[in-house]
Design a protein around this ligand. Structure first.
Ligand SMILES: [Zn+2]
Ligand SMILES: [Zn+2]
Length: 346
């Protein structure tokens, strides 16, 4: 066992604090990664505060991990010492079910093993990326291409794939009109990726506060959803809307913005149910759908795509001692657009 420095939660109400955690001995298929950067995702906050169910304490969160391979097990073939690598939201799955066989491990019928706070297949509780090292089975380790710096690559492992996957699945590209609801950690990556795919991109944000940023990131248009005229003006115009907001929204109003056969896809997950009027769907053969990260193969495809198009996240790098302050700023939407922890400060 390897004892490593980390930063995590000991209860739902205490601030996060320095701690040590154990990493398992390297198995034949395992990769030991020296973590350099870890992104702060809104999910980390929900989880450590037990807002999504009872969290196993102590817990170091973090599922946007970028680092360098420090050691590999005897049977590892996909990664070598010194390789630049990443780990996202999951670290294992059954590997045999219909969804795993299709490369969609996020939908493993036995449940994928999440990067932190999940029971791994060996029975131990997984610990996340706010730490100096992690041991992961080689199939769940991604290659970070040379064109991407590790700090701006880290958030791609959750925010990047969460938005890339629905954009791919619903065929964002030239001739397609894509709306992005919310310009936060997820939304800013959705704008960059949809633009790089060749789609015409519109940001639908509460106010026009971030308009300049949105246009700089690649949006063609920017509208405030607090202005009722927006919903009149844009009625029936989008092929795809990606909703990144984890809060109550008037779903019927957004469905009204879709063209015939358009889809409104939720990647945000509000705690309370959302209501939908069936007439909003049948009137234009519209879909209201959801999407969860992406499989390992697609995550690699996303990293390669981002490297090819020079896309990284917009980040603010912080030392570990500022994690609690960063959490408050994430909750206040005061971040442009992702905090990334420099794990050498742990
Ligand atoms: Zn995340
Ligand atoms: Zn499976």
């Amino acid at each position: 066992m390897l004892t490593v420095n980390a930063y995590g939660a000991t209860s739902a109400t205490e601030p996060l604090a320095p701690m040590t955690i154990e990493r398992r001995d390297l198995g034949p298929k395992d990769v030991l990664i020296e973590i350099r950067y870890a992104g702060i995702c809104h999910s980390d906050i929900h989880t450590v505060r037990s807002e999504w169910g009872e969290c196993p304490y102590p817990l170091a969160p973090g599922h946007e991990i970028a680092g360098v391979v420090a050691e590999v097990g005897a049977e590892v073939t996909k990664h070598r010492v010194g390789d630049r690598v990443g780990v996202g939201c999951m670290v294992n799955s059954c590997g045999r079910c219909v969804n795993c066989e299709k490369g969609e491990e996020q939908f493993c019928v036995e449940g994928n093993v999440q990067t932190y706070g999940s029971i791994d297949r060996d029975g131990t509780v997984t610990q996340g990326g706010y730490s100096t090292h992690v041991v992961v089975t080689e199939d769940f380790v991604l290659r970070i291409p040379d064109g991407l710096e590790l700090d701006v690559a880290a958030p791609l492992l959750c925010a990047g794939i969460t938005t890339y996957s629905p954009l791919r699945h619903w065929n964002a590209g030239p001739g397609k009109k894509v709306g992005v609801v919310g310009l936060g950690g997820l939304g800013h990556m959705a704008v960059k990726i949809a633009h790089a795919m060749g789609a015409e991109v519109t940001v639908l944000s509460q106010s026009l506060k971030k308009q300049e940023d949105g246009l700089r990131l690649g949006a063609d248009h920017y509208h405030a959803t607090s202005d009722p005229e927006t919903f009149q003006k844009l009625r029936g115009s989008f092929d795809l809307i990606v909703n990144t907001v984890s809060a109550q929204l008037p779903i019927d109003s957004y469905l009204g913005l879709l063209a015939v056969d358009g889809a409104l896809v939720n990647v945000g997950a509000p705690a309370e149910p959302l209501s939908v009027n069936a007439f909003s769907l049948i009137g234009g053969r519209r879909s209201f759908a959801g999407s969860l990260i992406g499989g390992i193969r697609e995550t690699q495809e996303m990293l390669d795509f981002c490297a090819e198009h020079g896309l990284g996240a917009e980040i603010e790098v912080i030392p570990a001692e500022r994690i609690n302050e960063a959490y408050e700023r994430v909750l206040a939407s005061d971040v442009r657009y992702r905090f990334v922890i420099d794990t050498s400060t742990l």
